[in-house]
Design a protein around this ligand. Structure first.
Ligand SMILES: Cc1cc2nc3c(=O)[nH]c(=O)nc-3n(C[C@H](O)[C@H](O)[C@H](O)COP(=O)(O)OP(=O)(O)OC[C@H]3O[C@@H](n4cnc5c(N)ncnc54)[C@H](O)[C@@H]3O)c2cc1C
Length: 405
């Protein structure tokens, strides 16, 4: 039986950070990271489209579910401290206009290399190709897979999202073995599927739209980019509705809709006035041209189809006042019936996890099992796109490591 002071189960954003933080606090500790995949940190390489949006300078607890819990963690590790942690290892970063922080190299591999080098430098052991399937509490510590003993254990196995990058939900079973519960789990930050035929719009992108998700009541509003797929919608504005969509569809009596406002910066009246101008300027043009000055043509065509403007091969000059008003209204509220999401396979994040009521927000130690710590996405904390989820993984990893150290 190999013996360690600390074993970190799951070697990605939260686990690597926890190991480094513990070792920095107490260099005497004998620490091992146990990772299921052949290499540590695979998911980091996929983040931010290969650029790794590692935090957001504007991230605050209210951006997350369970904000009270997050607030305690961010009091100690706000985004600036996470940036400082990376700077202390030589990684420089920059923030874009929306506060999203990236490595100066614009390459996720720089983030992973930085963490890997620090692990080597500080002497943390790494065991790869080793899925952990059993953690048992035994006298004075934990037995892992029957052949590793540690005095303290960190579970940082992520959630169920994007299992091809290692996070297959097995961490929840480990937590359950040690007496923890798990809240209902939903895929988050993932494209939606819709009942309507959106195939004619496949590949069409609309910037700065506003989406409203409802199921008889308002569930969530988002703004940003929208991308049509062959059977649904993607892009940040759509993906940020995924968790609420899944929750709403689970045992739902009401249908779930998303209303797209293609032009949120114009009122229906302003848009109507604008469309009248277009009717006057382009009177001899086909109906297709009605929205061509403000929206991708394919979207304009679908709006015109939806309010039945294509009759008798008319030109714009033939449109009535009522028809123009209803086209403006449709562009401001284009309704799609949502049928689901593209699931955990394609999700960036898991909504749900180990309940925060079972973990100390001061230390990240389990309140049910002494010596056991959690960090990262396995905990019931998630947020929208923009660097918020890695901020959580790094901040909770740093806090867990510091307290173990
Ligand atoms: C494509 C994509 C892009 C993303 N982009 C961003 C972004 O730009 N910014 C952002 O903030 N967030 C982003 N996210 C979300 C972010 O990557 C995660 O929230 C974050 O990685 C969670 O960190 P974690 O360490 O808790 O879990 P994970 O990163 O999921 O790591 C868990 C690790 O544990 C290992 N493991 C799992 N089970 C076991 C087991 N039983 N035994 C041993 N090892 C195990 C896994 O192999 C994995 O290495 C993105 C996610 C995806 C999928």
């Amino acid at each position: 039986m190999k013996k360690y002071d600390v074993a970190v189960v799951g070697g990605c954003a939260a686990g690597l950070t926890a190991a480094i933080s513990a070792k920095r606090k107490n260099p005497q500790l004998n620490i091992v990271i146990i990772e299921k995949l052949p290499r540590i940190g695979k998911k980091i390489l996929a983040t931010g489209n290969g650029r790794c949006n590692l935090t957001n300078i504007n991230a605050v607890a209210s951006d997350y579910c369970n904000p009270d819990f997050v607030s305690d963690v961010f009091e100690k590790y706000p985004p600036q401290k996470v940036i400082g942690f990376f700077e202390s290892m030589g990684l420089l970063t920059f923030a874009d206009s929306e506060g999203r922080v990236y490595p100066r190299s614009n390459m996720a591999s720089s983030v992973l290399d930085t963490l890997r080098f620090e692990l080597e430098k500080t002497g943390v052991d790494v065991i790869c190709d080793t899925p952990v399937s059993q953690v048992r509490k035994i006298n004075g510590g934990f037995e892992i897979n029957g052949n590793i003993f540690c005095k303290r254990a960190v579970i940082s196995t992520g959630g169920k999202a994007s299992p091809s990058q290692g996070s297959d939900g097995s961490g929840y079973l480990l937590a359950k073995q040690l007496g923890h519960s798990v809240t209902p789990l939903y895929p988050a930050l993932v494209p939606l599927t819709v009942r309507n035929n959106v195939r004619p719009l496949k590949g069409v992108r609309a910037r700065n739209v506003s989406l409203t998700l409802t199921d008889g009541k308002l569930l969530k509003k988002t703004n940003g980019e929208l991308l049509f797929t062959d059977n649904g919608i993607s892009g940040i504005a759509a993906m940020e509705l995924a968790a609420q969509t899944e929750k709403s569809l689970f045992g739902a009596k009401e249908k779930t809709f998303t209303d797209i406002d293609f032009l949120p910066d114009m009122s229906v009246e302003e848009l109507t006035e604008y469309l009248f101008k277009i009717k006057n300027i382009k009177g001899n043009c086909d109906i297709d041209m009605l929205f061509s000055g403000v929206l991708p043509k394919a979207i304009g065509t679908e709006i015109c189809k939806a309010v039945s403007l294509y009759k008798n091969e008319r030109t714009l000059s033939r449109l009535s006042r009522e028809e123009i008003v209803s086209a403006a209204q449709k562009a401001k509220c284009f309704r799609l019936e949502v049928t689901g999401t593209k699931g955990f396979e394609n999700a960036q994040v898991t909504s749900g996890g180990i309940p925060v009521s079972e973990i100390s927000s001061e230390t990240m130690e389990s309140l049910l099992c002494k010596g056991l710590y959690f960090a990262g996405e396995i905990i019931d904390v998630d947020a929208d796109c923009g660097g918020f989820n890695l901020q959580w993984a790094f901040a909770s990893g740093l806090l867990a490591g510091e307290n173990i150290g």
